[in-house]
Design a binder for this molecule. Structure first.
Ligand code: ADP
Ligand code: ADP
Length: 229
């Protein structure tokens, strides 16, 4: 894992809209930061800039101590977990999780190593009994876990979550929240996690960053933020 540092980050879209304004945030190695804010406040824009899907207009983005403003997404080693899972429907759960390991970037892993990593992740996410199934035959929560398994085997430097639980029913949401929390405790993953759900923020967050109209209004512990008089 690695730290993520945003220094004076600005985003001005081509049409002139100033979506993110002078955002400064240091996320420590292993820290879980929740990002909240009204719709249109710039949360997705910020995540997309961090992952490299959107150009940074101004400012500096560091992963660890490496400046990555101009780095391609694949060179940032971040894992993004979206609410629409983007699994490959024709591949089994096993192959979906193994996929990033088979892409053969740099190091070529043996089938045994791939197998060990896939089973380790599957076991942590309680997917062992579903490895031969296809995504179409899984529940929403199981699909979400496969997506997370794929992010885990990548051994990314940090995780970015964009409302990963928002389209699950209440029961699954609770279950997944507990699982992410457990994963967080076991792996100490550096994360930026966008949510509108206060329970998720309270359960998972080391700190909560509040974005409004593109500006960072407040960064505080969940307790400070939600239990203020
Ligand atoms: P959030 O994720 O908090 O809902 P977004 O980052 O999606 O907010 O959007 C922030 C603002 O930037 C919104 O006003 C949105 O309309 C605007 N925006 C998003 N994408 C573009 C774009 N490609 N061009 C111009 N404006 C955009
Ligand atoms: P390809 O298109 O080369 O078959 P992918 O679509 O899986 O492979 O990924 C291309 C690159 O984009 C990967 O090397 C990876 O670094 C990055 N990438 C893929 N998925 C994600 C993700 N969920 N979050 C962040 N980066 C990703």
């Amino acid at each position: 894992m690695a730290s993520i540092t945003l220094k004076h980050i600005d985003k001005i879209y081509d049409d002139g809209f100033h979506a993110v304004k002078d955002v400064n945030l240091e996320i420590e190695d292993g820290e879980f930061v929740i990002l909240v804010g009204p719709s249109g406040s710039g949360k997705s824009t910020l995540l997309r800039m961090v992952v490299g899907l959107e150009d940074i207009t101004d400012g500096e983005l560091l992963i660890g101590d490496r400046r990555v403003n101009e780095a391609a997404p694949k060179d940032r080693n971040l894992a993004m977990v979206f609410q629409n899972y983007a699994l490959y429907p024709h591949l089994t759960v096993y192959e979906n999780i193994a996929f990033p390991l088979r892409l053969n970037k740099g190091v070529k892993l043996s089938d045994d190593e791939i197998d060990r990593k896939v089973r380790e992740a599957a076991s942590m996410l309680e997917l062992n009994d579903h490895l031969e199934r296809k995504p179409g035959n899984l529940s929403g929560g199981q699909r979400q876990r496969v997506a997370m398994g794929r992010a885990i085997v990548r051994e990314a430097d940090a995780f970015l979550f964009d409302e990963p639980l928002s389209n699950l029913d209440a029961k699954l949401r609770g279950q997944m929240r507990a699982e992410i929390s457990q994963m967080q405790r076991r792996l100490g993953v550096t994360s930026i996690y966008v949510t509108h759900d206060q329970t998720e923020a309270m359960t998972l967050g080391d700190r909560v960053a509040v974005l409004k109209k593109g500006e960072l209004q407040q960064v505080a512990s969940p307790r400070e933020l939600y239990e203020q008089p």
